[in-house]
Design a protein around this ligand. Sequence first.
Ligand SMILES: Cc1ncc(COP(=O)(O)O)c(C=O)c1O
Length: 391
Amino acid sequence: MSKSFKTFLKHTAKDYHNQSVNPPVVRASTIIFKSMQDIRKTQKKAKKDPRGGHFDYGRQGTSTTHVLQKILTQMEESYHVFLTPTGFGSVFLAIFSVARPGDEILVADPVYSPTRLLTQDFLKEFDIKTVFYNPHNLKTLEENINKKTKLIFVENPGSNSFEFQDLGKIISVAKKNNILTAIDNTWATPYFFKPIKLGFDMSIVSATKYYSGHSDVMGGSLAVNKKVFKQVQRADKITGLRLGPDDAYLITRGLRTLDIRLDKHEENAKKIAAFLSKYKNIKLLYPYKKDSFNFRMWKKYYSGASGLMGLKIKSKNKNSVIKFVNALKLFGYGYSWGGFESLALHQDTREQGNRKYLNLAKDEHLVRLHIGLEDPKDLIEDLRQSLKFIK
Ligand SMILES: Cc1ncc(COP(=O)(O)O)c(C=O)c1O
């Protein structure tokens, strides 16, 4: 029987051997075998089938991490998924798997600020040059391609500014020029958009966010196609960037309800967007307004939207915008997102990063909201009473 992915998420990874509905947490550094022949047999199998879950040492994982890899590989419709201890570890692994001294990489201007630091500053020390392109003008991407260009690194939508790019166009430009592609797909997850299916070679998700969903664990996933599998496998082995079994278990547990939570985050976020769209001093950075380029690009590739949005607030009084954020009672102030709770952050220059194409006027301020799973009526009331502080 072919099952829908929603059903698959609920029924997968049962442990019939131990009669438990969830997989066991197998913690191991040493993995014990019955004999030397048994060790060699497992090593042979691992060589022949590197995706198959044959382990001879704990750093390679255990059945607990393998279960999570199998679920994510199916969700991503990818060739394989590598797991890292943080989402940023997956960003690092993707880039260091393929970029080498003398190479150039093209990076979307609005990437997550640590990704920007890695590509803009750190890669220089390895003689890898980074050029940032304008996400709204893909000519800036094409103009900067040359023989040395190895990788195009996309984040969609842009971090904090939520620009949506024409992803199909990026892939066709990359393929025409024989350049590899990677995308940070944390905002949507493959539940709403499957990058490998569209043609990306690598797709990153910070499992810290919606996969785990409960703000209590960190992790990352890097889905790959067959073309880059061997390169990433080699780097994965050498860097030792591996996820531990307890974290893998929590992420697997979170995935059971990923669909339900994301559907509800979207439903709540759309209600909040409808409410905020009535405020003339606020520009919503969320795929809500149907006649915009962002909306069209979102609609073209995505089946849904998650709960993270930006507000561009026009005010000559920055402190009044901070007052608005501080007046919120149901939104916590803190980094990360993707958990069940609502969060708010005033985005200062540090979060905005050193961007060329942010298009933020002096009297415009960025606020990021993560819309959680609370009753949206309460969230709207909270916003209504707090927005009064903006002057
Ligand atoms: C878009 C995006 N990618 C990657 C990361 C990094 O993930 P982690 O915090 O799990 O390292 C974050 C974290 O905020 C993020 O927002």
